[in-house]
Every structure is written in structure tokens, then in C-alpha cells.
Design a protein around this ligand. Structure first.
Ligand code: PLP
Length: 246
């Protein structure tokens, strides 16, 4: 389904307004919460419309799609890789993305280290946590996260800056509130380890169905696709998990 330019801009404004309202309810500064517009499967034109309306951060799940869109738009927007990332694909995005959200194994972090060193960059990353322990999802279990953070902290070209999660798909966003609160506590407990090169300033959580609850519980980046761009045309196999990287 393609939306008109006007509809896109209106959606953007409405989502921003809902973020502001959630901040107000929670006594948070709206400047601390960033909207990542998830543009996977959506055309370059839609990204341009939103960019020209002031949106800077865009999230993509598939390496090939980032490469194509990067060719068209370059660094005129900030690209975030939010999907499951295969190790042999790291080299294609290392010099294009601002943040890799879904580091789900120490092995992947080590590959990022290798490619970042080669490219002469320092790569900011988040660790993906499967907080609700869903069998279909990638990510560290919460109890694995502190040791993984310790291992990642030893990689000189990688900067662990926080945690990311995709909460269960649900009709009732309130049912995810406890997971979001748990994520915030987990980040605080990793912060307390005072690992070198590790900060826990970023919490990437909340999608179209539950971003307001996520903001109320401490999200600093919400990843919103459908509410901004409209429904995606392809059948979403897992309703929002990072699924297979192409
Ligand atoms: C697709 C996707 C989103 C956005 O999902 P919506 O429900 O359309 O807002 C957020 N995060 C990840 C990891 C995704 O794959």
C-alpha cells in the first residue's frame, strides 16, 4: 500500500506527537527519545519525503536493501541496521550505517571488530536481548547479556552503547510493559559493571504497537515502521522480529 506524500508527513507528525505525549506522562524530556523510521520494503521516494520533512534516522533490516538505498540517498539520512545480521554481510554495511542494533552473538561482534578495523572506523552497536525468551527470536537471553557485554568491551573498534529488544507481538501493549522495564534494569546492571568502552545510554525498543509504553519505560530509540509508512505489502513472517538478512 502506497501512501501519499501528505499522508506520510501527517503520519510522521502524529507519531512524533504520540512520543511527546508519552514523554510527558512519564516526566521525560522528549529530546531524549529518538524516532527511528523503519523503511524496510518502502521506496526511496517515501524516505525522501520524510527526510525533507525533517526525519533523519531510518532503519533497515536487509543488507541488500541498505546498499541499494544508500546508493540513492548516501549520507543524506542516518542509516541504522536493525535486522539480524549475518557475519559474511558485515563488510557491506560497515561504512554506511550509524548504529548496528541487533548484535546477537559475540561472534558477530568479533566480525564487526575485524571489518571496522579494516575500514578504519569505530562501530557503535547495541546488543539484542530476547527478553521474553521467545523461541522464534534472535538475541541474548537476559542472563547471558552481562558476560557478552564483557567480551564485546574488549574489542577496540566496537563501541557497545546499549541494548535492543523486540517485545512479543501483541494486541495489548500493556502486556509488554514489564519486558521494557526489565530491559532498563538490565542496562543499568551492565552499566554498573563499568566495562571499558561500554555505555548503556541507548535503549532501542518499542514498535508501532507498543512504542508509547516503551517510551514510558525508558526507550531512547523507538523503531516505528507501519505507523509512519503504512502497512508493508509482504507477509511479515514473524511480525517484527529482525528475521533473516538477505
Ligand atoms: C519491522 C521492524 C520494526 C518496525 O515494525 P512496525 O511494527 O511496522 O513498527 C521494528 N524493529 C524491527 C527489528 C523490525 O524488523
Amino acid at each position: 500500500m502506497e501512501l501519499s506524500d501528505e499522508q506520510l508527513k501527517q503520519n510522521l507528525q502524529q507519531v512524533q506527537e504520540r512520543i511527546r505525549a508519552a514523554c510527558q506522562r512519564a516526566g521525560r524530556d522528549p529530546a531524549d527519545v529518538h524516532l527511528l523510521a523503519v523503511s524496510k520494503t518502502k521506496p526511496v521516494h517515501d524516505i525522501e519525503v520524510l527526510r525533507d520533512a525533517g526525519q533523519t534516522m531510518f532503519g533497515e533490516n536487509y543488507v541488500q536493501e541498505i546498499r541499494t538505498k544508500y546508493e540513492a540517498l548516501g549520507d543524506s539520512v542516518e542509516w541504522h541496521m536493525i535486522g539480524h545480521l549475518q557475519r559474511n554481510k558485515v563488510k557491506y554495511i560497515i561504512d554506511k550505517v550509524k548504529l548496528i542494533h541487533a548484535v546477537d552473538t559475540v561472534h558477530l561482534a568479533e566480525q564487526i571488530e575485524k571489518e571496522a578495523a579494516k575500514a578504519g572506523v569505530i562501530m557503535p552497536v547495541l546488543m539484542e536481548v530476547n527478553y521474553a525468551r521467545e523461541e522464534t527470536k534472535w538475541g541474548f537471553l537476559p542472563e547471558e547479556a552481562p558476560e557478552a557485554a564483557r567480551a564485546i568491551s574488549a574489542l577496540p573498534h566496537v563501541r557497545l552503547q546499549g541494548l535492543m529488544t523486540s517485545a512479543p507481538f501483541t494486541e495489548d501493549p500493556e502486556s509488554n510493559r514489564g519486558y521494557f522495564a526489565g530491559m532498563r534494569q538490565l542496562a543499568a546492571s551492565i552499566q554498573d559493571l563499568q566495562l571499558p568502552n561500554v555505555t548503556m545510554n541507548t535503549l532501542s525498543m518499542g514498535m508501532t504497537r507498543d512504542f508509547e509504553v516503551a517510551v514510558e519505560e525508558g526507550a531512547t530509540i523507538v523503531r516505528v515502521g507501519t505507523a509512519v509508512f503504512g502497512e508493508r505489502d509482504y507477509p511479515n513472517p514473524d511480525k517484527g522480529n529482525g528475521n533473516a538478512g538477505i
